[in-house]
Design a protein around this ligand. Structure first.
Ligand code: GDP
Ligand code: GDP
Length: 446
């Protein structure tokens, strides 16, 4: 198994998360904007919508992390301290480090103390930001914050930027390193595997695609081509076809043959970025077709489905095929399809467009800010159903990596599998991801 496949088994690594907590009006949102390096007032409450935790991608001194702003809590005069503590608890549970903001011009209030108790219990690294220290005069006030027992108070002015560099350095000191991107983008032409059960027309398709110009593109800089692979230009795009020897050199049907063929298919899927799944349109879709499709999805590869031997289909067969597609391929509705004939060459040039589309969906990245805006809209319109008196909530989420797009949701309890699938469907509606599997993982943190 390759590293990519092994990585699937472990928890998907996300960038380190910093939660900014504190009672209302101490300057959390202003500080978050300062950390993000932009002017304040980016996060405006929409009327009628309770602003929840909002998260963004941040970078300081070349290091990436996620900032969660726990800013927009509704003020509820009674039980305020308890509510702030509860909200902070959820955010803290999902964070690697916490910035606790207090207002140095006001001093500490009961609500601050409530958060302090949560912070002590959490055992997470805490950086204490004594905010609104706009000038020297307020430094002394910040120093009194030592009495919170949370270590050195960093005197900052989120509004003017005073002291924010030191604060950011202190945050990075306690943060774990960002995980390396699980997918290392390789230079050179896209790697494409033509897969499918025997006799569906894989080698005919490859021959058609390669045509006359197979040897034309042999010298692309920075590319090492396996002897079993071929570089082929299709409709102006250059592709690196994987394990073409396995397609061209047809192994004798013998006992165990199918087993080795499936191992070979598996290996080709793992090496590829995009898989072109060839299905014989003139015959009913089989379990073997579905098994290969599942391997592609499980392997997290981009997918194009080519219905081949279209020249052999008549109206009746096409009618049945449509019904088979509805019945058997609903789970792969996201894959672009092309109806081709490797024999006549029909639509074969359209494969290139479909491959590009799938690769693009597979590589899509969505910023943490955009993703959480999406989650906010989703949760407002379709909150998770209450289960046993409890309602699990999505605290925030992030795209851990692309190729394929993989999202991690931090939640206050396990989500129903249907709700997770619903999130996935909505993600596709909003962002596309045509031709790519999309993975949504849930981390219940409280
Ligand atoms: P939040 O409710 O904790 O997110 O607080 P906000 O970021 O919305 O800030 C509350 C108020 O404090 C706003 O009017 C800010 O302009 C103000 N504020 C925030 N940081 C500072 C600061 O460093 N100095 C001063 N003087 N005012 C600040
Ligand atoms: P592979 O085992 O998947 O590589 O399949 P082949 O390319 O060897 O094709 C199996 C058989 O199907 C051969 O007899 C091909 O000539 C035939 N074939 C492949 N593609 C088409 C097509 O589009 N139309 C028709 N009518 N026959 C095809």
């Amino acid at each position: 198994m390759t590293e990519e496949f092994l990585a699937e088994v472990e928890e998907t690594a996300v960038k380190p998360v910093v939660a900014v907590v504190g009672r209302p009006n101490v300057g959390k949102s202003t500080l978050v904007n300062r950390i993000l390096g932009r002017r304040a007032a980016v996060v405006q409450d929409e009327p009628g919508v309770t602003r929840d935790r909002v998260s963004y991608d941040a970078n300081w001194n070349g290091r990436d992390f996620i900032v969660v702003d726990t800013g927009g809590w509704i003020s509820d005069a009674k039980g305020m301290a308890a509510m702030i503590a509860e909200q902070a608890e959820l955010a803290i549970a999902a964070a690697d480090a916490v910035v606790f903001v207090v207002d140095a011009t006001v001093g500490t209030l009961d609500e601050d103390e409530a958060v302090v108790r949560v912070l002590r219990r959490s055992n997470k690294p805490v950086i204490l930001a004594a905010n609104k220290v706009d000038d020297q005069r307020h430094e002394a006030m910040a120093a009194t914050m030592w009495n919170l027992g949370l270590g050195e108070p960093y005197a900052v002015s989120a509004l003017h930027g005073r002291g924010s560099g030191d604060l950011l350095d202190a945050i990075l000191d306690v943060l774990p390193e960002a995980p390396p991107s699980t997918y290392v983008e390789q230079s050179g032409p896209r790697r494409v595997a033509i897969v499918g059960k025997p006799n569906v027309g894989k080698s005919s398709l490859l021959n058609k695609l390669a045509g006359q110009q197979r040897s034309v593109v042999s010298d692309i800089s920075g590319t090492t081509v396996d002897p079993v692979d071929e570089i082929v230009e299709v409709a102006g795009n250059i592709y690196h076809f994987i394990d073409t020897a396995g397609i061209r050199r047809r192994v004798k049907e013998a006992s165990g043959h199918e087993y080795y063929a499936s191992l070979r298919t598996q290996a080709a899927i793992e090496r590829a970025e995009v898989c072109v799944m060839v299905i014989d349109a003139s015959e009913p879709i089989t379990d073997q077709d579905l098994r290969i499709l599942s391997s592609i999805e499980d392997g997290g590869r981009a997918l194009v489905i080519a219905f081949n031997k279209w020249d052999l289909t008549d109206e009746e067969r096409r009618h049945y095929l449509e019904r088979e597609i509805e019945r058997d391929l609903v789970a792969f509705r996201w894959a672009p399809t092309v109806n081709i004939s490797a024999l006549t060459g029909r639509n074969v040039d359209k494969l290139s467009k479909a491959i590009e589309e799938a690769a693009e969906g597979w590589e899509t990245r969505i910023s943490t800010g955009k993703f959480n805006a999406f989650l906010g809209r989703l949760a407002a319109a379709h909150p998770h159903p209450v289960r046993g008196g409890k309602q699990p909530r999505i605290l925030f989420g992030t795209q851990a990596h692309n190729c394929p797009p993989t999202f991690v949701l931090f939640t206050s309890g396990q989500l129903d599998p249907q709700y997770t699938r619903f999130v996935e469907r909505r993600l596709r509606e909003d962002f596309g991801f045509s031709g790519s599997p999309v993975h949504v993982e849930v981390r219940a943190r409280a």
